[in-house]
Design a protein around this ligand. Structure first.
Ligand code: PXL
Length: 286
């Protein structure tokens, strides 16, 4: 059985980060270990204020040391929301300690959405995230994060429509040092939404699309990244994993629409897990 470790916060209410990654990747048939970077009462996105934040940076080296003693090995290390520059350094050390030639390292450079940085992040954090991306095999930024990583205005990145422009953004993102970059929210047609991906290994570029659903839905980035990470861990080609992630994210948004007002904080992914599990069946034990 393939085994992944994901390093990100646990937001106790709000369905994001670990409370999404754990059920989604497990449903895909991948054993999922976790390292919580912080415990928050809710996520920090719009709709919540006054949340608690308990930092767990100092626990990470202790967990790592125990796991080293046990001889644990991971096929994939997947990082999401990280709370501070210091924590990024600790996560980089974990990657150095556990990476082998076969390990896949996926970094979702969680920093913001819709042109705005999440609460608590600044320019120094962007610089640190840059250095984490440089050690990844695959990074998965949205338009806000791509703009921050490339030091470009958000509108320039978000307004990108032509496949040539998307390819150039992705090529520049792999210039950070990672082999593959996937840009979420890519849209070459207003009726469609999806993701564009580029591999610096073979210069392969593609766009995976689905029907566009208007509006902004929190936590869809975490859902998308979890499916790409789980899929690649199962041995899927990047294109297969990205297409699966685009379709699953779309299905979750569709399932949320009737409950939009009460589920302002996330998406209803639970009823979609069965189909996701089925789509992965043929890849398990590959
Ligand atoms: O969904 C990304 C995310 C993860 N973790 C925390 C967040 C957010 C986005 O708001 O606040 C704590």
């Amino acid at each position: 059985m393939k085994r992944l470790v994901t390093i990100q916060d646990i937001s106790c209410f709000g369905k994001c980060s670990l409370t999404v990654a754990l059920p989604v990747i497990s449903a895909m048939g991948v054993e999922t270990a976790v390292i919580p970077t912080a415990v928050l009462s809710t996520h920090t996105g719009s709709g919540f204020s006054g949340y608690t934040f308990h930092d767990l940076t100092s626990d990470i080296p202790k967990i790592s040391a125990h796991w080293k003693k046990l001889g644990l090995k991971f096929d994939t290390i997947y990082t999401g929301y990280i709370g501070s520059c210091e924590q990024i350094e600790v996560v980089k050390r974990f990657i150095r300690d556990f990476r082998t030639d076969e390990t896949l390292v996926v970094v979702d450079p969680v920093m913001g959405d819709a042109g705005r940085m999440y609460a608590g992040f600044d320019a120094k954090f962007v610089e640190s995230m840059h250095s984490l991306c440089s050690v990844a095999d695959c990074i998965l930024p949205n338009a806000t994060e791509a703009a921050l990583l490339l030091n470009k205005p958000y509108d320039e990145i978000a307004g990108c429509e032509s496949p040539e422009e998307l390819r150039e953004i992705l090529r520049k993102l792999t210039g950070l040092g990672c082999k593959n970059a996937v840009f979420t929210g890519a849209c070459s047609d207003p009726a469609l939404n999806g993701a564009a991906a580029y591999s610096a290994l073979n210069e392969d570029f593609f766009i995976a699309t689905c029907e566009n659903i208007d509006g902004s839905y929190h936590s869809t980035g975490d859902i998308f990244s979890s499916v790409v990470s789980g899929g690649m861990t199962l041995g899927m080609e990047l294109k297969t994993a990205v297409e699966l992630a685009v379709n699953f994210t779309h299905d979750c948004i569709k399932a949320t629409q009737p409950l939009r007002e009460e589920m302002f904080y996330s998406v209803r992914f639970e009823p979609c897990l069965g189909e996701l599990a089925k789509a992965c069946e043929g890849f398990i034990d590959n």
